[in-house]
Design a binder for this molecule. Structure first.
Ligand code: 5GP
Ligand code: MN
Length: 335
């Protein structure tokens, strides 16, 4: 159940806004984009000028989302006016990849006309609740599920477009209803979204069954790199920068790759290291049971959930591997 006083305050602020920027995180996923676009449709239907703004263009995988064509890339222009910024699916501004100026000014002429209200809607346990008016609740499987709770509390109609966006958020963040965050409430909410007209087949087709040639090329490289540590309790995949560039992939095409490492029987923690630029390595962690990988990710400046977390290290892939595996060994007490 949502904290209704906080939620009512957030709803009142959103509905009285004269311009709302909705932002997710870098390397947008189904939850950050689905939640932003779901709330975008809800606010616009209510007559509130709202804009989804990102640092990067929408990945091709998500271009089926209703409204994705209206997403604004910061570098190509911003709306004339806003007085509220909603940060979704992350807990610190750096993760949005957007410039700080969006939080300080209200129009492109840099004329400050009152405070910008920052609202943070997130479900990450590692979120410390320091970003503005923060509604952070890890009992939700996805921010899209929080947006559905907001719509219900505010009595806003969930149209088929809203439902498709929120269903995408819920389906992708639960691994299509397979992760341990798939509660009864999640399935009831998914049912509500289907009944509201969510295009379930489009979500499955684009987010689960679509594999581009570039992605399969990358998968080939990643599978070839599989190694194990800690007597098979840790399975590691690596994607060097050369493989990344020769396959020509987009970040969103990485979805699900780490699941192959996690799938190997005996694996307690799976680690995927990929060189996103020379000297910069993005690390993903997945775990089974009580092995909390968010602690490891936080220790390297990242975050996430107990069984799925990530971080970015300013190190070449081999150094990043040594650093994160030392921390992973500590979690598993395997010297
Ligand atoms: P993935 O491995 O799929 O990129 O991310 C797994 C989870 O960890 C997601 O919930 C994602 O938001 C979070 N996560 C991944 N990378 C980072 C990071 O660099 N910082 C923070 N705070 N969270 C991250
Ligand atoms: Mn999420």
């Amino acid at each position: 159940m949502p904290n209704s006083t906080l939620l009512d305050t957030i709803i009142a602020r959103l509905c009285s806004a004269r311009g709302v920027l909705l932002v997710g995180h870098l390397a947008a996923d189904g939850d950050s984009l689905g939640a932003c676009l779901g709330l975008w449709h809800l606010l616009r239907a209510r007559g509130v000028p709202a804009y989804v703004v990102g640092a990067e263009k929408v990945p091709a995988r998500f271009s089926f989302l209703p409204g994705s064509g209206s997403v604004i890339v910061e570098s190509t222009g911003l709306p004339d006016y806003w007085d509220v910024v909603v940060v979704m699916d992350c807990g610190d501004w750096d993760r949005t990849g957007l410039s700080d100026a969006l939080l300080r000014r209200e129009d492109k002429n840099l004329q400050l006309r009152g405070e910008v209200t920052i609202i943070n809607i997130d479900h990450h346990q590692t979120n410390r609740g320091l970003l503005g008016m923060a509604w952070v609740d890890p009992s939700y499987a996805a921010v899209g599920q929080q947006v559905l709770a907001l719509a219900e509390q505010a009595d806003l109609r969930v149209t088929p477009d809203v439902a498709t966006c929120l269903y995408t958020a819920l389906a992708t963040d639960t691994g299509f209803f397979r992760h341990s965050n798939t509660t009864g409430a999640v399935l009831r909410d998914a049912a509500k979204l289907l009944e509201a007209g969510a295009d379930m087949r489009a979500v499955v087709e684009h987010c689960l069954q679509r594999k581009t040639l570039a992605e399969l090329c990358l998968l080939r490289g990643a599978l070839a790199s599989l190694t194990q540590e800690c007597d098979g309790r840790v399975t590691v995949m690596e994607i060097p920068f050369t493989v990344f560039t020769s396959c020509g992939v987009e970040e969103a095409e990485m979805e699900g790759m780490i699941d192959y490492a996690r799938a190997v029987p005996g694996t307690q923690i799976a680690v995927l290291l990929r060189a996103v630029q020379a000297g910069i390595t993005k690390v993903s962690f997945r775990s089974r049971g009580n092995n909390d990988v968010s602690v490891v990710a936080v220790s390297f400046g990242g975050g996430g959930h107990p069984n799925a977390a990530g971080c970015t290290l300013p190190l070449p892939i081999s150094d990043a591997r040594a650093a994160v595996l030392a921390a992973v060994r500590q979690v598993l007490a395997c010297g």
